[in-house]
Design a protein around this ligand. Sequence first.
Ligand SMILES: [Zn+2]
Length: 496
Amino acid sequence: MLKRAFQTIVAALLVLVAAVAINTFLKGSRQLQVAPLAPLAIDEAAAAERLAQAVRLKTVSSATDASLNEDQFLALHALLQKQFPKVHATLKREVVNGLSLLYAWEGKDPEAPAILLAAHQDVVPIAPGTEANWQEPPFAGIVKDGYIWGRGSWDDKGNLLSQLEAMEMLVASGWQPPRTVYLAYGADEEVGGHRGAAQLAELLKSRGVTLDFVIDEGLLVLDGVLPGLKVPAGVIGIAEKGYMSVVLKATATPGHSSMPPRPGTSAIGGMSAALNALETHQMPAGFTGVAGEMFGVLAPEMGGFSRVALSNLWLFGPVVRKQLENAPSTNAMLRTTTALTIVHAGNKDNVLPGEADATVNFRILPGDTRGSVMAHVHAAVDKVADKAHMKIEQLPGSKEASKVATTSSRQYQTLNRTIREVFPDAIVAPGLMVAATDSVHYESMSDHVFKFSPVRANSEDLKRFHGTNERLSVKGYADAIRFYHRLITQLEQVER
Ligand SMILES: [Zn+2]
């Protein structure tokens, strides 16, 4: 009897192992096989110097003061005119809403849906007190040891100028785009893009423009960043998370702290319970949507157990999910995140406050909505807090998650192919952008909006983004130019 049971268990285990092995084996690489591109000849030193000159202009934007550093933005416009004379002689240039730039290179077929390359002129400020930690002063625009140093060298003047470098070369070669190419450069992306990209998009829409393809800054060629993956991965952002902040207000009878009320009924006690409930009961995490697509493409490229586990989520799903949830960067790909960001209550050690308020920030996963997040907040808070003493309100400035671009499209596949050609050692996968970009403003004009920057980055580099010692390698910058040059010429296939 015991022997029989043992045999059954062994047989079941063998079937399981076989199923896992077959599944792993069947899920082979989904990478496009393309020949590496012969590198386009570029005067790297001259291009690096042009980018360094742009870095020297302190184009820090402000949410409240549209005219902050206006002189610096205007100096950047003049610098670009000087640096890219052929672009300025051939493309139509417009200044939109004061500081934003729109270039149009008319295609042979002006009626065909156009291509739009986006980037932003503005940069984030230097965190006060960190100036001295920079190896090179942040706005000195120094080229040294193979890098262009300074604020904006990567985010996002690197993208902006490499696009113009590519256009300058294409104009010089006599090439003419089959469909119209727009270059859209907002001046306030870092503070939401409402004066820049939003206005650029409105202007184009008012002219009846439709877009076949949009590319803006975003995910990168990640090297050694994704656990279990030994090769670099060019991750194309096919969607962007939404944004919402919720304010909770707890009220209670104010009084003397010598006779406190029952536990959980003070303003601070009620608020603590509500915040604890929100932090411990997060929105569900899963492998559906963009994350599922991303891991599906990455799995066959991984080694060892990572490959086995990701190829068999039917079995290892809970284990893998737990592991990904433990790292903030991967957790953010799997769910709508909940972050407790502001708390106010009390002002005297012996007084019970009559009010406590707190702000909670949510980054909404495509598939969830502001409405479903609000329902979740109410459900979690109502269990622990007295409804009569807890108010929940949405802050203005929220937005839904973006649309999700399909990966089977000609547009995605062209981008995929270009990355494989210009970065031949890298694989390509779709991914989710967890931060905000200007590209969402163009969403209503195209189903093919991508968030990708042709820049290699390892974990150490990622800290420089919006941080100290931002820099871009001269070689990497040349690859970015090659990338845009190739992309534009490959997107030429005109389909209506
Ligand atoms: Zn940026």
